[in-house]
Design a protein around this ligand. Sequence first.
Ligand code: 1GP
Length: 251
Amino acid sequence: MLGPVERYLTDKIKTDGSIHMTLIDPEKVTVQQAASIAENAKTSGTAAIMIGGSTFVSQEHLDRVVKTIKETAVELPTILFPNNITGISRYADAIWFMSLLNSVDPYFIVGAQILGAPLIKKFGLEPIPMGYVIVGEGGTAGIVGKAIPVPYNKPELAAAHALAGQYLGMRFIYLEGGSGAKNPVPAEMIRVVKHFSDAYLIVGGGIRTKEQAVTASSAGADIIVTGNLVETANSTQTIAEIATSIKRTQQ
Ligand code: 1GP
């Protein structure tokens, strides 16, 4: 049985074609900044707020950030995007229960998940199974997660990872170009992965413009994630433009 957040996401993807999510890195924001991002998110048309980063943040700060976002943007689901067991907060609605499929360290494939699962149960968080595949430069996530990033010119390898994730029961696959990547995940890689895998496809890393978001969505991304974008001027307007223009009905 699907939980309410997953049901909301998949229904919205069915209606809109593709959707946008805002990623907040708790390490980069104060509680006040998190509140203002959440406030803006409400009007921008983003579908949900993801909370997580690649490096360590105090759990107390994470809790305060998540709580503030929840209180400010009550109508938007909050989904944790953990890089480790320290990324779990009782105040969120759901958590990407993710496995870094191309890590060389079993800790990031299933070890942290084993340690975190009882806490997720205890807090009543909705786990959403997701296969995480780091591609291209990989960025900090690639280094911290000890991944062997799939090069952008090897889309068939990314597709093999995605298909393996799907066969293992993951309903979402995330192609991660790395936060702040110079070049976002190329359309060809998205197309090939989407062609081979039936899982919902999340794409993020280095998406800064409406055009880049539309390119990814036209190639087959179901969910476009932007993180750094919120730190730029006019970000609410850009996110609103992205959320509107990636709807397949607009293309
Ligand atoms: C990082 O894919 C996300 O995990 C978002 O990347 O910060 O570059 O938007 P950006």
